[in-house]
Design a binder for this molecule. Sequence first.
Ligand SMILES: C[S@@+](CC[C@H](N)C(=O)[O-])C[C@H]1O[C@@H](n2cnc3c(N)ncnc32)[C@H](O)[C@@H]1O
Length: 220
Amino acid sequence: MSRDNVRLTRAIEAYIRDVSLREPEILARLRDETSRDEWAIMQISPVQGQFMALLVEMLGARRCLEIGTFTGYSTLVMALSLPDDGQIITCDISETWTAVARRYWAEAGVAHKIDLRVAPAVETLDALLRAGQAGTFDFAFIDADKESNDAYYERALKLVRRHGVIGIDNVLWEGDAANPRTRYKSTRAIQAFNRKLRADERVSLSLLPIGDGLTLACKR
Ligand SMILES: C[S@@+](CC[C@H](N)C(=O)[O-])C[C@H]1O[C@@H](n2cnc3c(N)ncnc32)[C@H](O)[C@@H]1O
């Protein structure tokens, strides 16, 4: 019926939240606490969170992997969608931000599903590969330092099972990804990564204009 995406005005964004958002109270509180952090913009939106929860449910996921925990919103979204014996391994380098995350995971009663690894994510992913965990994850979410997207993606592609899905966040980088004359190194890394994915026959692909742009890559 339509060739283009609808242009999301503030009124339409508010309407989407009004008619579809079912954000659990604990996630709303975590978002509220994080909003006082100067880096709050790094957190995914509640609408994107709800989409990811649906994806985890649709995949029947039991094992998730996350690169970029921050204060734990996206981790909590996924953990709440996993079965009680499900597991999410989440990677970050910040003790400070993940201390906030740990409080909320405990309060939500899902801490037993979450294995936080505080170390550079490439080290954690390589350790998982060395431990023989290739092909054991259903869903991987990449949302850390954007210049390392490709390093994370190549490892995640080994770690997810066939027909498992990798989500890569911020692929539009507030629209700057569409700017061929960008001055920013991070944008250029995102642009190169987006181009690479389009040509990558190892995955099926869709770039969703949700949040700051979310690419889903399904391992063939
Ligand atoms: C965009 S935030 C993640 C947001 C989170 N997914 C959410 O929705 O709340 C990016 C996170 O990546 C972490 N990070 C940056 N470089 C990293 C690295 N080399 N290894 C692991 N984590 C890293 C940062 O500390 C930060 O918490």
